[in-house]
Write a protein that binds this ligand. Structure first.
Ligand code: SF4
Length: 404
């Protein structure tokens, strides 16, 4: 087979390919984020664009911006357009084929915003949208209406968010998101985290970020040292394919874990990108080897322009069956769907239960063997010591987020 590699950078164009860039620049996260590939011309310098990609780039120009770091671009297969990195970063023409049932805001976030930068849907936790830029604009993004770098949250909007959290004592957990919070300078991020930590009822802080995947050089010693001050703090990242688990990405995750910061991963199930048992097993095992805990496997949201990337629910559940039992359970994420319209996450668990009565339960194991489990004779499961352990404490405030 004759392989046609893309032509070299034209004279005068700034270098974007790994071999053309000095190490000091390549390993500098600011250089990476300052040199994102955003145009068909720049992408064509790294890969041989397929007709479908060329058409998709033209069609998406008015829909959702394109952008990825030179590092992430360096992982793209220069020849095969079915490469999972390419398919996450470069739009296809189908992205412009918007279906009636697709939504701008599939998670119903806009109607749960009690302050400009806060989404409060669940009883005890909020999303704090601190930035509107990312290190990649993922073709499956469910927040594409908000990200892109056109309307960053202002200081007064962030102040209003902090004030809402401070005056709402049932908020125990804050998830910093956006956009990608690690795009903030370390100094600005620390400032925000310090103000959050000063709120007594905020027990845990989480940061959702794709930078360990698309710009692992951002996870430097300065950042880890800064984050360590704000425990308990967790990082949730977003690897979708084992090809993304490069030595650099693994080292970034390990730096966080070595710094005492637990790292979890959320994968989006993407048709033709990771929708095979083989691909998912390799990813989940690779994550665990990198000391990253697979956390959620998301069924694709019904966001505009992503119908071609979603898997049927039956396929998602079959794929899940190919994980559970066949590998270390710590490597098996929970399969969930975000119910359209902002109704929250629903676990999609294939049924292993065949029958149940008060004497016996019959289950089918991961290998398809039917086994009976005898029920206990006693049925009262109240915990008498609760009354002592929790004496004087009010019950949980289980009202829905900001709407109640
Ligand atoms: S990094 Fe996250 S917020 Fe940004 S485009 Fe990708 S999925 Fe959307």
């Amino acid at each position: 087979m004759v392989v046609h590699l893309p032509t070299l950078s034209p004279l005068g164009a700034s270098p974007l390919r790994r071999g053309d860039v000095p190490d000091a620049q390549w390993n500098d996260w600011r250089w990476q984020l300052g040199h994102m590939l955003t145009s068909p011309e720049e992408l064509a310098r790294v890969v041989a664009l397929s007709p479908e990609e060329t058409e998709g780039l033209a069609a998406s120009a008015s829909l959702f911006r394109v952008g990825l770091t030179p590092y992430y671009a360096s992982l793209m297969d220069p020849v095969h357009a079915t490469c999972p990195i390419r398919m996450q970063a470069i739009p296809r023409a189908l992205e412009a084929d918007i279906r009636e049932e697709e939504l701008r805001d599939p998670l119903g976030e806009d109607s749960h915003m009690p302050a400009p930068s806060i989404v409060h849907k669940y009883p005890d936790r909020v999303l704090f949208l601190v930035v509107d830029r990312c290190g990649i604009y993922c073709r499956h993004c469910n927040r594409r209406r908000l990200v892109g770098g056109d309307e960053p949250p202002t200081t007064s909007e962030l102040d209003a968010g902090l004030e809402y959290i401070a005056r709402t004592p049932r908020i125990r957990d804050v998830l910093l998101s956006g956009g990608d919070p690690l795009l903030l300078s370390t100094r600005r991020l620390s400032h925000l985290l310090r103000r959050l930590r000063a709120i007594p009822h905020v027990e845990t802080i989480r940061i959702g970020t794709r930078l360990p995947v698309v710009c692992p050089m951002r996870i430097d010693d300065e950042l880890v040292a800064a984050l360590r001050e704000f425990h308990p703090l967790f990082i949730n990242t977003h690897f979708n394919h084992v090809k993304e688990l490069t030595p650099e990405a693994r080292a970034g995750c390990e730096r966080l874990v070595d710094g005492g910061i637990p790292v979890g991963n959320q994968t989006v199930l993407l048709r033709g990108i990771n929708s095979s048992v083989r691909s998912l097993r390799a990813l989940m095992r690779g994550l665990l080897r990198s000391r990253v805990r697979p956390y959620y496997l998301f069924q694709g949201d019904t966001v505009i322009g992503t119908d071609h990337l979603r898997t049927p629910i039956e396929t998602a559940m079959e794929l899940y069956r190919g994980l559970r039992g066949w590998m270390n359970s710590m490597a098996v994420p929970m399969l969930v769907m975000d119910a359209p319209g902002g109704h929250g996450k629903v676990p999609l668990v294939p049924s292993y239960l065949e029958s149940i009565d008060e004497h016996e339960v019959v289950v089918t194991t991961y290998r398809g063997v039917r086994v009976a489990y005898p029920q206990p004779r006693e049925r009262d499961c109240t915990v008498p010591y609760d009354a002592i352990q929790f004496a004087g404490e009010p019950p949980d405030d289980d009202r829905e987020g900001s709407r109640e």
